[in-house]
Design a protein. Structure first.
Length: 100
């Protein structure tokens, strides 16, 4: 993460603590709203969605040198619909569980 590279160690620690506290709060909301999730699984789901979106976004909307394949039918296999893929992965995580 670029943010941590621009902060000293204590600033990064405080930021990550703040981030964790927000994620715990949102995770509790997810625990209560998503059928079948046990207590504490909402934060795991949220964290995995954050990791997943970090990979899906640049794949769905390539920039710079990575955009060479846009419009080239030989590279159509790499075309990603961000929303559809995100829904597919979240559905799979909810179906299979988010433990551990």
């Amino acid at each position: 993460m670029v943010l941590e590279q621009n902060l000293d160690a204590m600033e990064a620690f405080h930021f990550q603590r703040w981030r964790r506290d927000r994620m715990v709060a949102v995770g509790k909301v997810i625990d209560g709203a998503a059928n079948g999730l046990e207590e504490g699984e909402g934060i795991r789901l949220l964290h995995r969605v954050q990791l997943l979106t970090a990979a899906l976004r640049p794949a769905a909307d390539p920039r710079g040198a990575a955009s060479y394949e846009v419009g080239d039918p030989d590279f159509a296999v790499f075309k990603i619909d961000f929303e559809a893929e995100l829904k597919r992965f979240v559905d799979a995580m909810l179906k299979e569980g988010v433990k551990g």
